[in-house]
Design a protein around this ligand. Structure first.
Ligand SMILES: *Cc1c(COP(=O)(O)O)cnc(C)c1O
Length: 356
């Protein structure tokens, strides 16, 4: 604490990202990165783009990439907003669509950046408890509110809410913006983008960090009615005109164009997820059905924090949240088949000596 900090800086409880350790090499299953490299076409384009043009600012309106993303989803570039990772897009959403006095709604077990942004931008919120199976109680999102935001599939549970339910929430909230954070949608769920034509209050947020293997390049985007996109533009242009750099714009363009690589890598992750889920159940875990690139699981005999520590000692990093309701769960990112085999073997060893 410093006397020079503003009241906001003093009172904030910042988001804590998953660790990126530098002490040794771990099997890293803790931050939902993609285990496969970016498309070779992305890497080639980035090498070619490292040229003297880097002295120039990038395109502040990102027209070409917005057009490409629009094409992928059969939308116009006016329906696409880009940001430096979807975390930044989400921050702009809080400023563009939510007001301090009207509480927004999000689940109690969810992406922990939402309460951080609410605090930072002084937006009141109500956290709505998920049921005992971590399902979203749709009826609780139909009451008067200042906005709705949740991930689908949810984080850190991986649980997917069907589009019928998403639609019910949209129908009952004509006066507030409903933000669906689809960071993990490419791993099995159906995107709410298909509902966009009917709902001017729907904003879908996605990222290149997970399904397109580009967490290091920082590219996120929002899809919605052009009036919502224009609101985001107003906020962005009051903040930083150049949120995406020249390399990010080029890498993202090549990633969205390489559909074959995208389908191949996400299908591999889905297959591995299903195999690992079955294997974990055999080891005595209760596994939440996942449509994401991670698994959320709890063990009947062995406490999650003990498993977390023992796995870490054996060079495997998973995510443990010391939070109400989920402090006996681990979130395990899906790695390559070889990484997951190593993880499963170590988990089995730990359970056999701790669980007996
Ligand atoms: C990973 C994640 C994001 C952020 O991704 P960026 O790397 O900032 O694009 C947003 N929402 C959820 C739920 C996530 O898990």
């Amino acid at each position: 604490m410093s006397k020079y900090w503003s009241r906001i800086a003093q009172s904030m409880e910042p988001y804590i990202p998953g660790e990126q350790p530098k002490d040794k090499k771990y099997i890293k299953l803790n931050t939902n990165e993609n285990p496969y490299p970016p498309s070779p076409k992305v890497l080639e384009s980035l090498r070619a783009a490292a040229d003297p043009s880097l002295r120039l600012y990038p395109d502040p309106t990102c027209d070409e990439l917005r057009t490409q993303i629009g094409r992928f989803y059969s939308l116009r570039k006016e329906n696409v907003f880009l940001g430096n990772g979807s975390d930044e897009v989400l921050a702009f959403c809080f400023l563009a669509f939510f007001n301090p006095e009207k509480p927004i709604l999000f689940p109690d077990v969810t992406y922990s950046f939402y309460p951080v942004y609410a605090q930072l931008f002084k937006i009141n919120y109500e956290s709505v408890p998920l049921d005992d199976h971590f399902s979203l109680p749709v009826e609780r999102f139909l009451t008067k509110n200042g906005g709705v935001i949740f991930p689908n599939p949810n984080a850190p549970t991986g649980k997917y809410l069907s589009l019928d339910h998403v639609k019910t929430i949209l129908v009952h909230n004509p006066d507030s913006v409903v933000i669906i954070d689809e960071a993990y949608i490419d791993f099995g769920g159906a995107s709410a983008v298909s509902l966009m034509r009917d709902f001017p209050n729907l904003l879908v947020v996605q990222t290149f960090s997970k399904s397109r293997s580009l967490a290091g390049l920082r590219i996120g985007f929002a899809l919605g009615h052009e009036d919502l996109i224009a609101g985001l533009d107003r906020v962005k242009n009051s903040f930083n005109s150049y949120t995406l750099d020249r390399l990010a714009l080029i890498g993202a363009r090549e990633a969205i164009k390489d559909e074959a690589y995208f389908h191949e890598t996400r299908n591999k992750i889905i297959q591995t997820r299903e195999k690992v889920s079955a294997h974990l159940r055999k080891l005595g875990f209760q596994v939440v059905p996942s449509q994401a690139n991670f698994i959320f699981a709890t063990h009947a005999q062995v406490k999650a924090n003990a498993l977390f520590q023992h796995l870490r000692d054996r060079g495997v990093l998973v995510r443990y949240f010391n939070k109400p309701r989920i402090d006996n769960y681990l979130r395990i990112t899906i790695g390559t088949d070889a990484e997951m085999a190593a993880f499963l073997q170590k988990a089995a060893e730990i359970i056999s000596f701790l669980g007996s």
